[in-house]
Design a protein around this ligand. Sequence first.
Ligand SMILES: Cc1cc2nc3c(=O)[nH]c(=O)nc-3n(C[C@H](O)[C@H](O)[C@H](O)COP(=O)(O)O)c2cc1C
Ligand code: SF4
Ligand code: SF4
Length: 310
Amino acid sequence: MPKCLLYVFSGTGNTYLAASFLKDELEKLHYEVDIKKMEGDITSLDVNAYDVVGIGFPIYGFNPPQVVPKFVKKIETPKEKKKLFFFRTSGEPFMWNDVAARRLAKRLRKRNFELILDKHFLMPYNIMFRYKDALAKQLYLYLKSLCKLLAMQIQNEENEGTNYAWYKRPLSFVARLVYVVPYVNKAFYVHVNKKKCNNCNLCINSCPTNAIYRNKKGKIKFNTKCTVCMRCSMFCPQDAVRFGMLSHWRVNGAYNFKKLEKDENINPNFINKNTKGYFKLFKKYFKEQNALLREHQIPLPIEFKEDEVL
Ligand SMILES: Cc1cc2nc3c(=O)[nH]c(=O)nc-3n(C[C@H](O)[C@H](O)[C@H](O)COP(=O)(O)O)c2cc1C
Ligand code: SF4
Ligand code: SF4
């Protein structure tokens, strides 16, 4: 039985959802799959027992979260060449997202890994603004089907190549400025609104980088280990976290995908051939995914009207 390791960072659950769907689909294809979270005290990671390794992360400013390269460094160089794939989630389909894994790929290629696939899954924003229910449902349903497709492509050892064109790199380089947020935030802005906070400690206990603590006076404080994942801000039951310079962009409260999936009143056909305005940008992504799904004879996850299908 082939073995696959999914090594994942996920701040607010989207990328972890992709990993879980992928695990289910690979298991249907008789793979044995382990998911390992890039959290806690991993000092080294031996991948020799696996045939294929998948690395999953959300995109922050067209780059991986700062914590991801640090965890990737902990992967020991395997004795034999290993197949490698990436799966990245992000809120919008801009071309600069394509190069988010480029530097990780470069490092891992030097360490006995052969990159076969670098997949991008659109998921709802966990920052900036909350996506409408219809779009969140559409992205969730597509994620399921696209994980089926990815599992099939891994099994077939399909090599899609990468899309790391040079002109996508400068903006991704500049956008690495997102890495200074924890320092600026700590110095000036990030705090908990005392009037709202019920002292449940959820933020402290769930921070993936142990960046939140109580000082001697019992006040909640943040340090610079923060990787800007927005977990504390999104899941705070009181919406009490004021995330400094990103506060006005916070999205509080999880997307309830299961509920959206069951709700027949929500039409997930949000992005379609006739979509106009900002979301017109999303059409290319769905068109490309539909083509891949059709090519692999996987039914489209949504029934479109004939004049709407991309
Ligand atoms: C600090 C930060 C920066 C982000 N930057 C981008 C970005 O450059 N492009 C994008 O499409 N989405 C961006 N997003 C949105 C996330 O990539 C997206 O919501 C992702 O699916 C979250 O995954 P997670 O739930 O696994 O953490 C950003 C999110 C955060 C928190
Ligand atoms: S999760 Fe929210 S309510 Fe709970 S301790 Fe943190 S800030 Fe306070
Ligand atoms: S402090 Fe909040 S945003 Fe920063 S890493 Fe911890 S949970 Fe994520």
